[in-house]
Design a protein around this ligand. Structure first.
Ligand SMILES: [Mn+2]
Length: 323
């Protein structure tokens, strides 16, 4: 495929590739970064995976420990080490908005930049790139990385295959959303490279207290019409990820075609996370509340309002109709 050839042409013009994903790295972005670095090493191109200061997903921390145990050949880089680097390529994975980069200030280095992503672009996309490949039809960045491995005819160690498969599972909510034939073919490739499904489950295990909390909120969720479910959290602060995972979980229930979760993200900030199986365009709804995203996954953040006020607004947008 052209994009893989182009990527190869671009990277080989540089002495060092710095790979960066989004803030609060998850396993899709992280495992893809490790995979990219592995491929570059095999091509004889030096690379470093950026390690920032934003909180990593617990699954990423577990994966890092596993990689360390096997002395997996990977080199990390921190922001203090940017001085005196020359002919560097910044390779951005799993994000295309500048402010969502794990360390947005990296753009001030004015390095040649490549963006590879699967999220829809908006006005905040990273400009001045030497190459940009954004495929919103891909389930995950892992899927795009597997395409590159196959293009190069390269096999990978079982541990990397396992971590990649776990990353793919996260982005597709266990192969339920955004999943195409290509997704399963990529998963099959990872399995044939020795991905270990037991180890994968260990990486993805959630903390029991989080699980119990989720069950509590799901139990208290309700249908707001025949097809939409709503989950409203309590007054504690939760992560975007927690809201999103609740909306995703709601989609598995009977009659639910779209789901919304409302919760506090910060003291003065309420978030709504929306998910859809595909028939209902949640982006349309969320846009009216100042947010963005995809047809099947969208989110917004609203300042200086209470959870109850945000709930009222959401309901009135939905009842407002034409959706
Ligand atoms: Mn992703």
């Amino acid at each position: 495929m052209d994009m893989y050839q182009n990527l190869f042409d671009v990277v080989k013009k540089h002495d060092l590739v710095v790979i960066m994903t989004h803030k609060n790295p998850d396993l899709d972005g992280f495992s893809s970064s490790i995979c990219m670095s592995y491929m570059l090493n095999k091509m004889g191109i030096e690379s470093r995976v950026f390690l920032g200061e934003t909180e990593r997903d617990i699954s990423v921390i577990k994966a890092m420990k596993e990689l360390e145990k096997t002395s997996f050949p990977i080199q990390y880089i921190h922001q203090e080490e940017f001085e005196n680097l020359e002919n560097v390529l910044l390779l951005v994975l799993d994000v295309n908005k500048d402010f969502l980069l794990e360390y947005p200030e990296i753009l001030q280095q004015k390095w040649d930049t490549v963006v590879i992503d699967h999220h829809i672009k908006d006005v905040h996309y990273i400009k001045d790139t030497v190459m940009s490949y954004v495929n919103a039809n891909a389930s995950s960045i892992v899927e795009i990385m597997v395409g590159y491995l196959q293009y190069l005819g390269m096999n990978i160690p079982p541990l990397l295959a396992t971590i990649l498969l776990a990353g793919m599972e996260i982005d597709t909510n266990s192969f339920n959303v955004k999943t195409t034939a290509e997704t399963f073919l990529s998963a099959a490739y990872l399995m044939s490279n020795g991905a270990d499904t037991i180890k994968k489950q260990e990486l993805l295990k959630e903390v029991k207290s989080t699980y119990i909390k989720k069950q509590y909120f799901i139990k208290n969720s309700r249908m707001i019409n025949e097809k939409m479910a709503l989950c409203v959290l309590d007054q504690s602060v939760y992560s975007n990820k927690f809201l999103a995972s609740l909306s995703e979980d709601l989609l598995q229930f009977e009659n639910v075609e779209a789901s919304f979760t409302i919760g506090k993200l910060k003291d003065q900030r309420i978030g709504i996370s929306a998910r859809s199986l595909g028939n209902i365009n949640v982006l349309e709804i969320i846009r009216r509340l100042g947010g963005g995203g995809h047809l099947t996954e969208a989110a917004t953040q609203i300042e200086n309002q209470t959870i109850a006020e945000v709930e009222k607004q959401l309901l009135s947008v939905i009842e407002g109709g034409n959706i």
